[in-house]
Design a protein. Structure first.
Length: 260
């Protein structure tokens, strides 16, 4: 094997992926497992999580696939995840902060508990998970955190102002941690997807007029697939990207570069 090929593999690495039972999180888990990483899956729905774990274990028999049900909007559940990691005795070197949610509506229509809940899930969970992961990641020469942000954190998108605010905060957290933890051998990057074909995006994209507007603003003229986001996430985890940190990589079919 050519010596450079190993930099495009994750053999012997362990990755923790949040929101891993569906959509982008599931695609990330599949991608990292296919590249040789053992994967620790975290999601709220225990039954769906078990189904996903079984699927991945069958698909990638040479790696370890384990799952834990947890609600990462809850502080105690976040602590419990890392108690689980310690009990497993696995050497965690990759964290993918994918968990998130949204309730899109006009700014004046939000109740206080609704927008605060979005910040808890989309920002504070990633912040705390990163802090809790630090003692594990710092033991490796080339550890990686990848945060799943959004183009909504870069420009206006009709997904509600709190969602955009949370993703912008997540992007800035990425930049700050990348600088702060670089000397510890921890790279921190993010991806910023545009519309991706997932269960969460299906209701909006089912509106043919809205879909046409979305496609008109997307130079590639199509909706992205979860696997396309997972490919970018995987690259940012690989040794091949060892000099990349603090970046927000758009996975958007050219949406952010659209001009007139």
């Amino acid at each position: 094997m050519h010596p450079r090929l190993s930099s495009w593999r994750l053999d012997g690495r362990t990755a923790l992926i949040t929101g891993a039972s569906k959509g982008i999180g599931y695609a990330c888990a599949r991608e990292l497992a296919a590249l040789g990483a053992d994967v620790l899956l975290v999601a709220r729905d225990e039954l769906v999580l078990q189904e996903v774990r079984d699927e991945l274990a069958e698909e990638c028999p040479d790696v370890e696939v384990l799952g834990m049900a947890a609600d990462l909007s809850d502080h105690e559940d976040r602590l419990a995840v890392f108690d689980w990691v310690v009990d497993l005795g696995m050497n965690l070197s990759i964290l993918v902060n994918n968990v998130g949610g949204n309730t899109p509506r006009p700014t004046l229509d939000y109740e206080e508990d609704e927008y605060r809940a979005l910040f808890e899930l989309n920002v504070f969970s990633a912040f705390e998970m990163s802090r809790l992961a630090y003692p594990h990641l710092v033991q490796h020469a080339n550890a990686a955190i990848v945060n799943v942000g959004s183009v909504s954190g870069i420009t206006h998108v009709r997904t509600g102002s709190p969602y955009g605010m949370t993703k912008a905060a997540l992007h800035q957290m990425t930049r700050n941690l990348a600088v702060e933890w670089a000397e510890d051998g921890i790279r921190v990057n993010a991806v910023a997807p545009w519309y991706i074909r997932t269960q969460r995006s299906e209701p909006a994209l089912a509106d043919s007029e809205y879909l046409e507007e979305v496609l008109d603003r997307t130079p590639m003229g199509r909706i992205g697939e979860p696997e396309e986001v997972a490919g970018a996430v995987a690259f940012l985890c690989l040794p091949a990207s060892s000099y990349v940190t603090g970046e927000i990589v758009a996975v958007d079919g050219g949406f952010l570069r659209y001009g007139f």
